[in-house]
Write a protein that binds this ligand. Sequence first.
Ligand SMILES: [Fe+2]
Length: 266
Amino acid sequence: MRVNLKDASERLLVETYLNHILTAQSDEELNFLKHKLIHTYEVVEAAKDLVKYTQPALSQRDEMLVLQAALLHDIGRVYQFSEGRYVPDADHGLMGAGLLKKAMPNNKTVIETTKWHNHSPSEKDPNEVAFYLNYVRDADIIANVRHNTDNLLTVFKNLKNIVKKSELNLYLDDELIAAAKEKRSCIYKRYKRESFLQVILQQIGWKYNILTPAGKLLVKQEKIFVRLRDAVIDKLVDVLDGSIQEKQDMKKLIFELYPDEVLNED
Ligand SMILES: [Fe+2]
């Protein structure tokens, strides 16, 4: 993963992030920006993989638009903090689109994919960019799942200092269990973070949010959700709060909720 400052889109991204990093008003903001910049390049990697998995191959123009849209999708994250404090309701898609409208007013695809990428797919998706939007959403999911699988304990350690003690338990709510059994992603009316375990396990349900044929193929071939499940069982459960018996029971339950044959299903 390397930055290419000869490319105008990369220059815009890096310049925008660097300016905000240099003026960050809290350690939390600084850390957030660092992680989002790394995340962005992981999404680009995932988008490149999706391009490779696409049959028949994308045209050069489409490939370029997919990669550009992936690169710029989270540019609005630089506005997620105000005076050093996280603003949960700030719509980073919308704010990113506003920035792009000024910086590259003729690139409608990138403006619109950025604007809509953080919303669930719906009839509101602008038709002309839906194709690229689906690539961005899939790349975002794949990058997050890969990152959390490969860095699960680091992600956990970073969060451990900021989450409440109660979030280190082995709690899973009814919606997560129902979603796993019904083979769908979780739907929360009001999302309430009750355990870190639940936050991570819920991501296995993102399997059902993958939209492109290339994404479905990649997920299957690289077994990304099987690997996430195994990382949770092999690494995470042991470091959470609970007795040996409770941890064993939880590992068994996770296996039952997310068996290989379901995770490898089309
Ligand atoms: Fe993202």
